[in-house]
Design a protein around this ligand. Structure first.
Ligand code: PSV
Ligand code: MN
Length: 424
């Protein structure tokens, strides 16, 4: 127990009257409310191990203190989040930033915190101490076969570690690409990357999924070898039915219509999962829903409509994860805000009157279609999201409780004020 159950209960007790008042107000107009609450209770969002420390930029890093210093402490942080909101019941590891030295111990710690292991992440974008070959000019795309082989072996090792922990998926994000015209033969880079992914795919257990994450730019600025959803889709379809595209919301060029991308990938059975964050310019890794919550809602609207059309399970059939960085906020507070934003967008999308929307579309009634979407978007679903939390034993207001109980202070006391988190 990272926070005593009775503290959560006392917090809920104190807020209950106020909360119930708000809840009965919104409950009236929505007869499907209980079904919505059940879906919200089932919906879990994985937390990446690298999001628990203060991020930073190449200009500096300003630690707030109390950051986790080991995998065990990262799990403790996620355990705490999950106790507060009962919606963050999974952790995603990045190898070698996280090295589970004793898999059995890590597994038992996970069950103590009620966490499961989400996608494993490989790292062939940085050189590690003692590494034989450099990834300066790419990994799976590299002109030198030995570099490619090293990257393949690392990624297969990540799968092996994931099997020991009980994970069921691997996310491959490659920073491969080029910075200048002429640096790279695009065709050969693609072929090398595909051949490498094929070897990795062959090592994937039958019940695993491979997620191929794309990114428009950074660290390469002229071309990225998996630069957009089309390229990711090409690899995924050539690999086979265990391979999928992963959408990181910050990895698009400005104004990309992410909701349309999502709808089409879902229709092609090639959407694997998400890295949620928000951005104003690019891969800003800001708190989910902090810049454009309407876009987040529109993405969820496509997800819910598309998943329902295909009879998919909202909670389990896609990978849901946050991928963000916290430069000026407390990472745990930021993650609580991100999870809340995702749940709000999901709840709003569940309120869309899909039949009416379809009728409006078939009548080319553009005004009506907009009204239907915005009616759902403008509904204040926060009491419903809080009610779902309450019913699972979580806090009605996790952020308020985190602050009231001085939980960051407690972490600083135990871990120190200037800890350096592992990873980025
Ligand atoms: C790359 O920018 C990325 O989104 C990938 O998911 C990486 O694994 C992660 O960020 C690392 O910070
Ligand atoms: Mn990502």
């Amino acid at each position: 127990m990272l926070i005593e159950k009775k503290i959560i209960e006392a917090h809920n007790e104190a807020l209950l009257v106020k909360h119930s008042g708000k809840f009965s107000f919104v409950a009236e107009p929505f007869p499907q409310m209980n079904a919505v609450i059940q879906k919200l209770k089932n919906f879990q969002i994985a937390i990446p191990s690298w999001a628990l420390g203060t991020g930073g930029t190449r200009f500096g890093r300003f630690s707030g203190g109390g950051e986790p210093r080991s995998l065990e402490e990262k799990m403790e942080d996620i355990g705490l989040l999950h106790q507060l909101n009962r919606s963050s019941g999974a952790i995603s590891l990045h190898i070698p930033w996280d090295i589970p030295s004793d898999a059995a111990k890590i597994r038992s710690l996970a069950s103590q915190y009620d966490l499961r292991f989400d996608a494993m992440n490989s790292n062939t974008f940085q050189d590690q101490p003692g590494q034989t070959y450099s990834y300066k000019f790419g990994s799976l795309q590299h002109v030198n076969k030995s570099v490619r082989q090293q990257a393949i072996e690392h990624t297969i090792e990540v799968i092996r570690q994931g099997i020991e922990l009980g994970s069921k998926s691997l996310t491959v994000w490659l920073s491969d690409g080029s910075c200048f015209p002429g640096q790279l033969n695009f065709r050969r880079a693609f072929e090398n990357t595909l051949a490498g992914l094929q070897e990795i795919y062959a090592a994937l257990p039958a019940d695993w999924k491979l997620f191929i994450e794309y990114k428009a730019y950074e660290p390469n600025f002229y071309s990225m070898t998996v630069g957009d959803w089309g390229q990711s889709y090409l690899y995924a379809s050539k690999l086979g039915n265990k391979a999928f595209t992963l959408v990181d919301l910050g990895h698009h060029l400005p104004n990309a219509n992410i909701q349309q991308i999502v709808a089409l990938l879902l229709n092609e059975k090639k959407l694997g999962g998400f890295h949620f964050n928000d951005s104003k310019y690019g891969d800003d890794d800001l708190t989910v829903g902090s810049i454009d919550p309407y876009q987040l809602f529109l993405i969820f609207n496509e997800l819910v409509e598309g998943m329902d059309a295909r009879g998919m399970n909202h909670a389990n059939d896609l990978g849901w994860m946050i991928d963000a960085s916290h430069n000026v906020k407390d990472p745990l507070e930021d993650l609580l805000q991100s999870v809340e934003a995702i749940k709000i967008a999901y709840a709003q999308s569940l309120l869309v009157d899909t039949n009416a929307l379809q009728a409006a579309q078939e009548n080319n009634d553009v005004v009506k279609a907009q009204e239907i979407l915005q009616t759902a978007y403008r509904t204040d679903v926060r009491p419903i999201v809080a009610e779902a939390r309450l019913q699972t034993g979580a806090a009605i207001d996790p952020l308020q409780l985190f602050r009231k109980e001085n939980l960051r202070e407690g972490l600083i006391k135990r871990r120190g004020s200037s800890t350096v988190a592992t990873g980025l």
